[in-house]
Unconditional design. Structure first.
Length: 163
C-alpha cells in the first residue's frame, strides 16, 4: 500500500507479517483438525502450538531468503517455520494446498479490513449532532448523505442513537 494514502491500521492488515501470522493460524488450525481425526499425534499438535509463539516480523527476512531460492512463497513459509518448530513441523501443511492457505488468508484479511471500515463508518455516520446546531446553520443534519444540504420539508435532524 502507498503509505501516504493509507491509514496505519489498514496498512498493518496488508503487511507481510500479518499475512504470515494468518498463514500460521491456518496451518495450526489444520493441524488441530487432523489431531482430532487421529491423523496427527496430539503431542505433535501441542508442540507446534507451543513453538509457534514467535513474532512473524522476525521470520520475514528468513522467508525472503528461502523464497529467492525456491521461488515459492508458501514453501518458503513452511521451511522457515519448520526451522523454528523442529521435527513436529512435518505435520504442518499436511493435506493443504497453497491455494487453501492463500485464499483463506485473503478472506481473513478482507474481513479485518471490512471490520475496520465498519468501525470507522459507524463512528463517522453516527456522530451525535444537536438539533440546535441544525437550526443555527439552517442545514440538515442527516449524516448519511455525502454533503451537508440546505433544509427542505423532507429533511429533518437525525436524532437516532448509534447502532
Amino acid at each position: 500500500m502507498i503509505p501516504r494514502y493509507s491509514r496505519p491500521q489498514m496498512a498493518a492488515i496488508w503487511e507481510p507479517a500479518n499475512r504470515f501470522a494468518i498463514w500460521l493460524q491456518i496451518e495450526i488450525l489444520a493441524c488441530e483438525a487432523w489431531g482430532e481425526l487421529g491423523v496427527v499425534p496430539k503431542d505433535a499438535v501441542e508442540e507446534i502450538k507451543a513453538k509457534t509463539t514467535f513474532d512473524m516480523a522476525d521470520l520475514v527476512p528468513r522467508m525472503d531468503e528461502i523464497e529467492r531460492r525456491t521461488r515459492h512463497d508458501v514453501v518458503a513459509f513452511t521451511e522457515a517455520v519448520a526451522e523454528r518448530v523442529g521435527p513436529a513441523a512435518r505435520y504442518i501443511h499436511l493435506g493443504l494446498t497453497s491455494s487453501d492457505v492463500l485464499d483463506t488468508c485473503l478472506a481473513c484479511q478482507m474481513r479485518q479490513a471490512a471490520d475496520l471500515l465498519l468501525q470507522d463508518t459507524a463512528r463517522t455516520f453516527w456522530t451525535p449532532v444537536s438539533p440546535a446546531r441544525c437550526s443555527r446553520r439552517r442545514i440538515s443534519c442527516c449524516r448519511l448523505r455525502r454533503r451537508w444540504r440546505r433544509r427542505s420539508p423532507s429533511w429533518r435532524c437525525d436524532t437516532r442513537t448509534p447502532p
